[in-house]
Design a protein around this ligand. Structure first.
Ligand code: GLU
Length: 265
């Protein structure tokens, strides 16, 4: 293993459940994942990549003979415990084909909220990056249930962006960005291209678009964006199904909705 200097800037890329499995059929979205890993392989020369991935619950459902996400928390946790293994096997195959090494990192918000846990997580992730390995991070769903309940890992991704001092937090989802209202119902919904301040209007739009995304909805993405912006980290909400979404972002081509930190005065 060659130790590379960690001089590259880091993208934290968060993949929501809807990009990993089809929520109706629970089938793995292999074409989407192949496309995403292809793009990551291509930009990896220029950027450190940290992935925050949901999908453990979705991948664990079949084994428990469940068609839908269970409503009881212990069942969700059991599904996640089964699915996390499958999730990592999936990533292992996808990235091995592209000669990229990955590592599993499981964290909880509580764990990284104390100094010791924060430093441990930071040291682990930064050392993996130094060895040119992509950390694939999920919540430890046995120990915590915050993201299962509210966020589909959006907030966790914001914490991770802070830990690695990311250049950018990219929240990949199943829509093109944040709209004034749900674009699947309202033809006159308008997409926000750039958000320089999270105003009441932005919050209301997010709550109107909440039905769009599989688990966390737009509100948890706005929460995550606020957290990252406080650390001066720009955030993009973009469509993970798009063929070139990640490469476009890396090449500075506008896509999705970008949230910019306040300029220093
Ligand atoms: N840790 C969860 C998972 O991987 C993410 C949150 C959720 O999907 O509810 O499935």
């Amino acid at each position: 293993m060659i130790l590379v200097a960690a001089i590259k800037n880091t993208y934290v890329i968060k993949l929501g459940t809807s990009l990993i499995t089809d929520i109706e059929t629970n089938e793995i979205r292999i074409d989407t994942l192949n496309n995403i890993t292809d793009q990551i392989a291509r930009i990896k020369e220029k950027k450190n990549i940290v992935i925050v991935s949901s999908g453990a619950i979705g991948l664990g459902l079949k084994t428990l003979n469940l068609k839908k996400r269970p409503s009881l928390m212990p069942e969700k946790q059991a599904a996640a415990a089964i699915g996390q293994n499958k999730l990592m096997n999936l990533y292992e195959k996808l990235f091995n084909k592209r000669h990229i090494t990955i590592a599993q990192v499981l964290i909880t918000k509580d764990g990284i909220s104390n100094k010791k846990g924060y430093v441990n997580a930071k040291n682990t992730i930064n050392t993996l990056l130094k060895y040119d390995i992509i950390p694939i991070i999920n919540e430890n769903d046995t120990m915590a249930t915050e993201e299962i309940q509210f966020g589909d890992n959006d907030n966790l991704a914001a914490y991770v962006a802070q830990i690695v001092d990311a250049e950018m937090l990219i929240l990949l989802t199943d829509t093109d960005g944040l709209y004034t209202k749900d674009p699947t119902i309202h033809a006159d919904a308008i997409k926000f291209e750039i958000i320089e301040e999270i105003t009441t209007e932005v919050n209301i739009s997010a709550s109107k678009s909440n039905g769009l995304c599989s688990v966390g909805g737009m509100s948890s993405k706005i929460e995550a964006a606020k957290r990252a912006l406080e650390q001066n980290i720009p955030v993009i909400i973009a469509n993970g199904y798009g063929k070139d979404t990640i490469e476009n972002i890396a090449n500075g081509i506008s896509c999705g909705t970008i949230f910019l930190p306040k300029k220093e005065e």
